[in-house]
Design a protein around this ligand. Structure first.
Ligand code: UT7
Length: 367
């Protein structure tokens, strides 16, 4: 049975920074409160022409370059997102087109902020089963578009960004070892975007009521999160047959420093085992775990051979944890050229549309 190794990683965040002081100018809040209650100092906000697909594609291309893999070698793209560009088509398909992954299947996975853990596990299982060899797993968000900028309970928390991993099959032991995925739909109303789906379509009344924004019971989500972060980490470690002392890093969902500190207490681990960057990006939902991992791997903090746990929670309610041994690029004889040249990829996508149009004109109409 092949192992599923993490062989490439990349991230992309918008350039625009929104500080706590900037927020204090639009809602009744202040820097001291936000830093003390959440640990967040600033977050990134997408420009009008930045979307989950464009941020996700940039992160994916960087990850492919690290892994030394061509987009055309990718068999499967799973995009975890809480801010999909449309109900359909899937954001994963938009990314597939943007990067030119011509032979990949592509779908979105909706498990709110736990989505990246779920997606990584699904991709790893597809590789472990032998049915595919190479997968791209992406967490990407522009949640700022679903934030009610008048609601100080939520608007201080979220930020935009994307992170991506390449997973590849290898007979060498390593990569993803175990995962647990859990849910409790009875808590669905604690964190939701109520309107815009088929139950409450995006009517004028829904928009007037602000039901198309993120709604959250912060205290209840906080209580739930502090309960499940340590317990699911322990469960994933048990399944892998590892003890907590064997792991070098825990990469938690970057929601609130107090939730991470509670997890550290629950696991009896020092905070320096936890990779934390929420002070600079806020909560980027599905992107928070890959962005934190990418920064730690790029700086050399996470090294090949290190054992780590990624653990998250979110709307649904959902939560989960995954253990992995960090690998890095697999040995390869050919060197893939840096993935630049978006003009060429855009031209290829445009050509496909033209060909489809011509094909439509020439095909006999069926009655
Ligand atoms: O991916 C999952 C996403 N969600 C989460 O992770 C959310 C988890 N929950 C949290 O992180 C925290 O509950 C929050 C950061 C949202 C809130 O922190 P808290 O310590 O639970 O504050 P609270 O809701 O208990 O509010 C305490 C006080 C209240 O005032 P009173 O009633 O005591 O007078 C709030 O009105 O703080 C007030 N408050 C604020 N003050 C200044 C709430 N938000 C703000 C704010 N600035 N932004």
């Amino acid at each position: 049975m092949p192992f599923a190794h993490i062989t490439g990683w990349g991230m992309s965040v918008p350039e625009a920074v929104l500080t706590n002081d900037d927020l204090a100018k639009i809602v009744d809040t202040n820097d001291a409160w936000i830093r003390e209650r959440t640990g967040i100092r600033e977050r990134r906000i997408a420009r009008e022409n930045q979307f989950p697909s464009t941020l996700g594609a940039e992160a994916a291309l960087k990850a492919l370059e690290v892994a030394n893999v061509q987009p055309t070698d990718v068999d499967l793209i799973i995009c975890a997102t809480s801010s999909p560009e449309h109900i359909f088509p899937a954001t994963a398909c938009l990314i597939q087109d943007l990067i030119g992954a011509d032979k990949a299947g592509a779908f979105d996975l909706s498990a709110a902020c736990s989505g990246f853990i779920y997606a990584l596990n699904m991709a790893a299982q597809s590789i472990r089963s032998g049915s595919i060899k190479t997968a791209l797993v992406i967490g990407t968000e522009t949640l700022s578009r679903f934030v009610n900028w008048k609601d100080r309970n939520t608007c201080i928390l979220f930020g935009d960004g994307a992170g991506a991993f390449v997973l590849q099959a290898s007979e060498q032991p390593g990569g993803v070892f175990s995962a647990v995925m859990r849910s409790d739909g009875s808590g669905g109303d604690l964190l939701s975007i109520p309107a815009g789906g088929s139950r409450h379509p995006a009517t004028e009344a829904a928009i007037h009521a602000g039901s198309h924004y993120i709604h959250m019971d912060g205290r209840e989500v906080f209580r739930f999160a502090t309960r499940v972060m340590a317990s699911s980490t322990k469960e994933a470690l048990d399944v892998a047959g590892w003890t907590v002392d064997q792991i070098q890093h825990i990469v938690p969902h970057q929601a609130n420093i107090r939730i991470i500190e509670a997890a550290a207490r629950g696991l009896k681990l020092p905070m320096d085992k936890f990779v934390v960057n929420l002070e600079r990006y806020g909560n980027t939902s599905t992107a928070s775990i890959p962005i934190a991992t990418v920064e730690a791997a790029t700086s050399g903090r996470i090294k090949p051979g290190d054992k780590l746990v990624m653990v998250g929670f979110g709307g649904g309610l959902t939560w989960g944890a995954l253990t992995a041994e960090w690998t890095g690029p697999l040995p390869s004889e050919r060197k893939v050229k840096p993935q630049k040249g978006s003009t060429l990829r855009r031209a290829r996508s445009f050509l496909r549309r033209i060909l489809r149009f011509i094909d439509g004109l020439l095909s006999p109409r069926e009655l």
